[in-house]
Design a protein around this ligand. Structure first.
Ligand code: PGA
Length: 258
């Protein structure tokens, strides 16, 4: 796995296929313009499933170093599972990463820890995709002092069947900071990330096989506070990544730091 900081764009369901391929075209141009500074990062874009193929065509034509990821997938490759996404299909469509356990899926679609565990385990067993496993507490859990217990429960469940020497990205995404006005403070973030590292180590995932990134209201204004001073191994950007002008400005900001 890359040892460069990750910049992961989660486009959610914000762009229709033609909008996604347009956004990918302009992102490729932006990446080229700032390639010298951006070479220091690993840039991954997760479009919605129906846009992946078109985005992959854009990347292939331009020989771009941008990687693709899915936003979710099922724990079987084929079968009578109406509406589900096969992890193998993601791989064939050109993805090398896949987000699993995003809080919007946990909250809106009722995904449980047990389901996420099966997804992570199957993805690791059946494909070479790297899982981007999302964890994070709600506002209520935070206010009642349960951040550590929630993270511990989610990580123990999601990562318990990850084979040895398998790379994993963990995204710490406190639910209350997603789509919010302000992200978590870098100080609070560093505390949570240190705890996540400790848990991953205890689960037998050595440092060289894991990256722990932060997600939740990251914009061009705040991105540097999470990337500098070793606060995190990267960022997962949601809303701001599907608005081209905003995302390009974020990339310009990080490309310029020395
Ligand atoms: P946000 O979303 O950047 O819009 O807060 C992050 C995410 O949900 O992955």
């Amino acid at each position: 796995m890359s040892t460069r900081p990750f910049i992961i764009a989660n486009w959610k369901m914000n762009l229709l296929p033609d909008e996604a391929s347009q956004a990918m075209n302009s992102l490729v141009a932006c990446q080229k313009r700032y390639s010298k500074g951006l070479e220091r990062y690993s840039l991954i874009v997760c479009p919605s499933h129906e846009s992946i193929s078109r985005c992959n065509n854009v990347l292939g034509k331009k020989s771009s170093p941008i990687a693709l990821g899915g936003q979710d997938c099922f724990w079987h490759d084929k079968g009578a599972f109406t509406g589900e996404i096969s992890p193998i299909s993601l791989e064939r469509l050109g993805c090398t990463y896949c987000i699993l356990g995003h809080s919007e899926r946990r909250e809106i679609l009722g995904e449980t820890d047990a389901m996420i565990q099966k997804k992570v385990a199957h993805l690791c067993a059946a494909t070479s995709l790297t899982p981007i496993v999302c964890v994070g507490e709600s506002r209520k859990e935070r206010n009642s002092g349960r951040v550590r217990s929630v993270l511990k429960r989610q990580l123990r469940s999601a990562l318990s069947h990850v084979p040895r020497r398998r790379h994993v990205v963990v995204a710490y995404e406190p639910i209350w900071a997603i789509g919010a006005r302000h992200p978590i403070t870098p100080k609070e973030c560093a505390v949570a990330l240190a705890y996540i590292h400790e848990q991953c180590q205890g689960l037998g995932i050595p440092r060289m096989y894991r990256a722990v990134v932060y997600g939740g209201s990251v914009t061009h204004d705040t991105v540097l506070s999470f990337l500098t001073k070793g606060v995190s191994d990267g960022v997962l950007v949601g809303g701001a990544s599907s608005k081209s002008a905003e995302f390009h400005s974020l990339l310009r900001t990080i490309a310029k730091i020395v």
